[in-house]
Design a binder for this molecule. Structure first.
Ligand SMILES: [Zn+2]
Length: 309
């Protein structure tokens, strides 16, 4: 049987400590998406408040895992992969018979292109090296699909303060044949400089990899992982929990590296996401929505009607 109903959405814009949030309210729950305009490769969060139990959230056709952020509060950190088409993309939250949708505007952004000429053996690997690199890539990839319970808390921090030598998303064309997109951020640092865990989580890889050298991978839960490469040495053990800001290793130049630096990658739902943009996401404020609902129901309401069948 088809049920028709009408509900009102109050869309209101509020300024909270600078950043712009968009809040949409339906009868049963409120939804916040921030930021509402991002560049390809950037993360955003969705917070649902006033929901009796866990709603369903989607970004385009992708399901977003939600986790508790207080009573009746659910949060998800998601990202728009670099390959996302520029334009408006819907974030939809459904709870019971209600569903509410907000659009995120995704800008194409500009990603630098670098043409590199390297000795042939640096571009074409020996069959043995290629087999090893493939096996390691597969081992890394196997982690991204595992969605553990949330271990991250509030904001993500940068693991190392230093100049950026190669930005996230840079397109590198080697000897005019091989093209690769830089998966993370290269941060300069002197040999032996401490590298910090970007957030709390569990170490899922602590190993010497062909490309990454001494590498550490932390699972923060909810499909979010951080990867730290070229370390001189690691200071953690596989399977152990780490807290945010804990020293997990020292800057080095192990693996395929030409000088001391940290290669830092962020994975969300198996996609590479901008590490700097993640560190700027106001997650602490996102949790505040769960505490006091963060929604001023007073002024500046813009009402519009939506029908759903
Ligand atoms: Zn790098």
């Amino acid at each position: 049987m088809k049920r028709n109903y009408i509900f009102i959405i109050f869309g209101l814009l509020i300024l909270l400590a600078g950043p712009l949030f968009v809040v949409t309210q339906a009868r049963a729950f409120s939804m916040v998406v921030h930021p509402v305009e991002i560049t390809r490769g950037d993360p955003f969060f969705v917070v649902v408040t006033g929901a009796e139990d866990i709603p369903t959230a989607e970004f385009g056709n992708e399901w977003l895992p939600l986790t508790s952020c207080g009573e009746g509060c659910f949060i998800s950190i998601a990202g728009a992969p670099i390959g996302t088409k520029a334009g408006k993309h819907p974030v939809k939250v459904s709870h019971g018979a209600l569903s509410v949708s907000l659009a995120i505007n995704i800008l194409a952004g500009e990603f630098e292109r670098q043409e590199l000429t390297l000795p042939k053996d640096k571009v074409t690997l020996s069959p043995e090296d290629e087999a090893r690199a493939d096996k390691e890539a597969e081992r890394l990839r196997a982690n991204w699909a595992i969605i553990s319970p949330r271990m991250w808390e509030d904001d993500f921090i940068m693991p190392l303060e230093g100049g950026i030598s190669t930005d996230f998303g840079v397109v590198r064309i080697m000897n005019r044949i091989k093209e690769s997109i830089h998966s993370g951020l290269d941060i300069r640092g002197a040999f032996g400089t401490p590298v910090y865990a970007a957030n709390a989580g569990r170490v899922v890889i602590d190993d010497d990899l062909f490309f990454g050298g001494n590498s550490v991978v932390i699972d923060h839960g909810m499909g979010i992982y951080t990867v730290y490469m070229h370390l001189q040495e690691s200071k953690v053990l596989e399977g152990k929990m780490v807290s945010k800001g804990e020293v997990i290793g020292l800057v080095g130049s192990t693996g395929r590296s030409t000088g001391p630096h940290l290669h830092y990658t962020v994975k969300i739902a198996a996609s590479n996401i901008s590490p700097i943009a993640l560190s700027k996401l106001p997650l602490k404020e996102a949790f505040a929505f769960g505490q006091d609902k963060g929604v001023d129901e007073g002024e500046d309401k813009v009402a519009r009607e939506e029908t759903e069948q």
